[in-house]
Design a protein around this ligand. Sequence first.
Ligand code: FAD
Length: 461
Amino acid sequence: MKTVLVIGGGITGLSAMFELHKWKKANHSDVRLFLAEASCELGGKIRTVKDSGFVMEAGADSIVARKANTMSFIKDLNLESEIVYNASGKSFIYTDGELKPIPADAVFGIPTSVESLAKSTLVSAEGKVEALKDFYTKNESFTKNDSIGEFLEHFFGKELVEKQIAPVLSGVYSGKLSDLTIASTLPYILDYKEEYGSIIKGFEANKQKFQGGGEKKFLSFRNGLGKLIDAYEEKLEDVEILKNTKVSKIERGDNTYQVIFSNMETIEADYVVLSIPHSEAEKLFTNHEVIKDFSQLKTSSLISVYIGFDVPDSILPTDGTGFITSDTSELSCNACTWTSRKWEHTSETRNLLVRLFYKSSHPAYAALKDMNEEEILQVALGDIKKSLGITADPIAMEITNWTDSMPNYLISHPQTVAELESKLAVSYPGVWLAGCSYYGVGIPDCIENGASVAEKIIELL
Ligand code: FAD
């Protein structure tokens, strides 16, 4: 009788277990399935909190609707009737003491026409003229492994990138544009440059792709994203789910692994999935070569602050759904989502719910990281007052400190992961890496990755 142990009950581990469990039932297999989760609940970076009529998400708040596998896992979990979509509206950049709209037709802040560039209120006349060099400069040396920041600056100049594109793009991909590759962000942008001679023309010709799905770009569930976790858990009736069970060591035996929990209990497993953050996975091994590779993988930090007010959300600018800040803003936050505007289900009473993001890339983070919740709340209220002029007392809040929890895919990332995989295959055959530290951070990517690791194990069962 074989045993599979999935370590980590986040969305990746749940997806892996869902596939293994489905196979076990369909094949009437006697394989034993264990899922070990360190905390008292499943979900990892997906956790819904409800308070004072508000629905708040400690981590992820939505799923990209247009990803190929999104609808299929939602169907597998019978969650179609629970889906809610985001309301679309204007996004702003807070810069020079005011909110300025991001041109509506821009994609990641990148203009999709000369008119879009011309009308932008974020960039000066000189900056716009400089950006026009995109139309007459050829790509001679950039490859997909080069930095997206350098690529964009080369063809658009500094100002458009700094004031309009970087705030959006570095928010989406969590990192400085100089540290992110073209491949890990907008891999098609090089093809656009080659094919259309200009990035702007490339986006103009492919606008449909980015506007596909109309307004409904992101989805969640009526009772929050935690519904996804509950739905997985309910389906795993033939899996031994071990909560409050932290794995502390993996030892290789002759043909199996001895997995040791922090309460000193052990499990013998034939196959092991490590769907935990790389910084946790690293601690389970003693092999120095493997540890060295794990330590090459990098993360950044983020503090998420929700504040609910007893004021109607209609006091915010019409159609707006939030703002991001430019490097030159005097706020401490990187972004502020007007959650009750963007997601109707998050506020029963239509009272205002906002979410502020404080990233470790921001100079203000150094002080914030050592603050207690009350102090962080005061900083957040200060940002709200400056940017939105709201001075009301909060009636709900949820602060989550994601220290060193946001994977940063550096230029060396794919190579490090490949090396790690091959070292594990030799030293720890039957142990697989999975999840956001390695193969994509978006929920659909994690689900796809979990399922594909499960398929590899199924082939061996
Ligand atoms: P995790 O969720 O990190 O799960 C790992 C699990 O392993 C945890 O439950 C942990 O407790 C457990 N664990 C750790 N060590 C051990 C151990 N030794 N033994 C046993 N268990 C252990 N993605 C989107 O698609 N949309 C979004 O809107 C979005 N927003 C985000 C906002 C924030 C603030 C954050 C932090 C992430 C966001 N993401 C978003 C990314 C997405 O949430 C994550 O990439 C994804 O949920 C990661 O899932 P995972 O299962 O790979 O890892």
